[in-house]
Structures are given as structure tokens and as C-alpha cells.
Design a protein around this ligand. Structure first.
Ligand SMILES: Nc1ncnc2c1ncn2[C@@H]1O[C@H](COP(=O)(O)OP(=O)(O)O)[C@@H](O)[C@H]1O
Ligand SMILES: [Mg+2]
Length: 325
């Protein structure tokens, strides 16, 4: 029996989603192979939920807890934190120092992929299309005209380090730009203003596990809102998620090959989800999520289900991949 810490929570607008994801992991881990504890990590403290429902402060010196007078150190960490500090590097670095394997990507990859601007520059250097953008730092003088003349309208305004579309606005009129930027600055010290890419939104899960590269079927996301915003992501019925996407074979091959190649080039670990926009002619990389949503209703689990892979098998693969016998 292996001891698994399922870490969740975090310090971002994705806290609630993370807690839900962790509950899904806990419920679906193979009880024959794994004993697990939920560990909620926030700036206020790191708390383990014990079998009797009580909470206990985690010893951060070695990431241990004590149960029935016995010290528990973990064989592996299942990372279910979307956003800071689980998806952007700090926690990965901490576990690297302690030599505890984690299901998600390492510190470097986490840090780069969470920084949308860095990630896009690197992905672009690999020859993949990305939307044109302007990165703003808090306190920068704002030249709205220059932004609009460089990118046109509409633009997407988003926190550079964020997720779940929290703080993201699609701006169609010049007078809306400033307020959208202010909204995004509430979430982060950097804001990315991006040219709008008109096309169909495609998500593709990928995972290298136990020496094999798996690319999941593609999902087309058709939002009933203006874009795939927070409400469309988490309210049933607000977006159609079609798996497998109804697209030409050529486009399917291009998306899957790009996902597999980027997974390798970005040195990802565990299951990740790439988001693309497919225009009439080209494929654009939007972002990669190294801790994607993993509830039953989330995109990657739907893709796995289409392949006949249950959540339990998916989580098994993620853990077997990092556990040494
Ligand atoms: N440049 C863009 N062109 C078209 N749609 C976009 C663009 N950027 C973001 N979107 C829309 O906004 C959503 C959220 O943006 P994304 O960059 O994926 O941020 P998050 O990390 O919050 O998911 C996307 O799923 C898509 O619907
Ligand atoms: Mg996204």
C-alpha cells in the first residue's frame, strides 16, 4: 500500500475548483493500492484531513503528518492544485527538494507553462502559431491606442498568470479596454492583451506514462457565452464539449501531433491538456494546462472515457508513472 498526499486548495481564484478536483481524486483512487490524505495548502497553513475528519497541521520540514502516533511520510503527491502554488512551480520545487515524486510537471516546466507570455514565446520558437500579444506590468503607462493599433479588435485581456478564465474579458470596443485591464490586474501583477483568433476551440489531452505517449481524443468546446469563460466552464449546459471533435482528419492529425511534440519539447509530466484554436487555415496554440480539470465532467476525463479509460485507471497511470516499485 502506497501513501499518497492529494494536495489541493492554493491561493488563487481556482481554490474551489481545486478542492472539488481533489475530492474526485480521493473518491476514485484504487483503494487496493493507495491510501490517501487530502492536504489543503493555502497561505494560511497546510492542513491534512485525517480519517476521522479532524485536521492536522503538516510538518513542512519533511511534508509529514502523524496518525495514531505514527509518522506518515508520503510515497507520492497527487497534485490537484490549479493555479498558485501548485501549477506554477513553487510546490514542485519544494517536493523536488524533498525528493517526493509528484504527478504533475517539474518546477521549470510548471513555471514556464503558467506564465502565458513566456510559454507562448517558447512555443512560437518551436514553430507553432500563437496569437500576437502585448504584456503589461502593473504601474506601466497605458497606451491604449498603441495596443489597439498593434492587435486590432477584439482583444482578449487576461491575467498573465491565471486560469479558469478568472479576470479574463473579451474586448470589442476601445472604451472597454481600460476597465478590462483593471479587472485582470486584480488577479495578477501582469496582464496579457492578446489578438482575438477567430476559429474553433480544440482541447487535447496528452500524457506520457510508463514509457508510452498517449494522446487523447480531441474535444471541441462550443461555448454558449461570448467565449469559454468561468461560467461556461463550470455551469452544466453553458458549453457543448464534443468528444471526439467533428473535424477533418488532417486537422486532427495536426492537433494530435502538435500536442505530442509540445508535450515533449516543454518537458511535461503526467496528464496535461493543450488548448488550441483551429482557424480555417491554421492551428494556434492558446495554452497548456499542466494541472487540468479532473472532475467527471471535465474535458480530459471525458476524453479518457471515450478511450475506455476510467478515472481510476487514469489516476493509476499517473501514480504508477512516478512511483518506484
Ligand atoms: N486569443 C484568443 N482568441 C480567441 N479566444 C481566446 C483567446 N484567448 C482566450 N480565448 C478564450 O478565453 C478562454 C480562456 O483563455 P485561456 O488563455 O485559456 O486562459 P485560462 O488559463 O483562464 O483558461 C479560452 O478558452 C478561449 O475561449
Ligand atoms: Mg484555458
Amino acid at each position: 500500500m502506497k501513501s499518497i498526499a492529494i494536495v489541493c486548495g492554493g491561493d488563487s481564484g481556482e481554490y474551489d475548483i481545486s478542492v472539488k478536483s481533489a475530492a474526485v481524486v480521493k473518491r476514485n483512487l484504487d483503494p487496493e493500492k493507495f491510501q490517501s490524505w487530502l492536504i489543503t495548502v493555502t497561505r494560511k497553513g497546510w492542513l491534512a484531513t485525517m480519517a476521522d475528519g479532524s485536521q492536522q497541521v503538516v510538518d513542512r520540514n519533511d511534508f509529514s503528518i502523524v496518525e495514531n502516533g505514527q509518522k506518515i511520510v508520503f510515497d507520492a503527491v497527487f497534485n490537484a492544485i490549479h493555479g498558485t502554488p501548485g501549477e506554477n512551480g513553487p510546490l514542485s520545487g519544494y517536493f523536488e527538494l524533498l525528493n517526493i515524486p509528484v504527478t504533475s510537471s517539474g518546477q521549470l516546466t510548471s513555471a514556464i507553462t503558467f506564465h502565458k507570455d513566456f510559454c507562448k514565446r517558447i512555443v512560437h520558437s518551436f514553430g507553432v502559431n500563437v496569437a500576437k500579444s502585448v504584456l503589461l506590468n502593473k504601474g506601466d503607462e497605458l497606451d491604449e491606442e498603441a495596443i489597439i493599433s498593434a492587435l486590432g479588435l477584439p482583444v482578449f485581456v487576461k491575467p498573465n498568470n491565471g486560469g479558469s478564465s478568472v479576470g479574463t474579458t473579451k474586448v470589442k470596443h476601445p472604451e472597454e479596454l481600460k476597465i478590462a485591464i483593471d479587472i485582470a490586474f486584480r488577479e495578477d501583477h501582469q496582464v496579457l492583451v492578446e489578438a482575438f483568433i477567430a476559429g474553433r476551440e480544440m482541447a487535447c489531452g496528452a500524457m506520457r506514462a510508463n514509457g508510452r505517449m498517449i494522446v487523447f481524443p480531441i474535444t471541441e468546446v462550443v461555448s454558449k457565452k461570448e467565449f469559454f469563460d468561468y461560467e461556461a466552464k463550470y455551469t452544466a449546459g453553458m458549453a457543448d464539449e464534443i468528444t471526439p471533435a467533428d473535424i477533418e482528419e488532417e486537422a486532427e492529425i495536426a492537433i494530435k501531433a502538435t500536442a505530442a511534440e509540445l508535450y515533449h519539447l516543454l518537458e511535461c509530466k503526467g496528464f496535461v491538456r493543450f488548448d488550441f484554436i483551429l482557424t480555417d487555415e491554421e492551428l494556434y496554440f492558446l495554452e497548456v494546462n499542466i494541472v487540468p480539470g479532473i472532475s467527471e465532467a471535465s474535458i480530459l476525463p471525458q476524453q479518457a472515457a471515450f478511450m475506455g479509460v476510467s478515472l481510476t485507471s487514469l489516476f493509476n497511470m499517473a501514480l504508477d508513472n512516478i512511483l518506484t516499485a
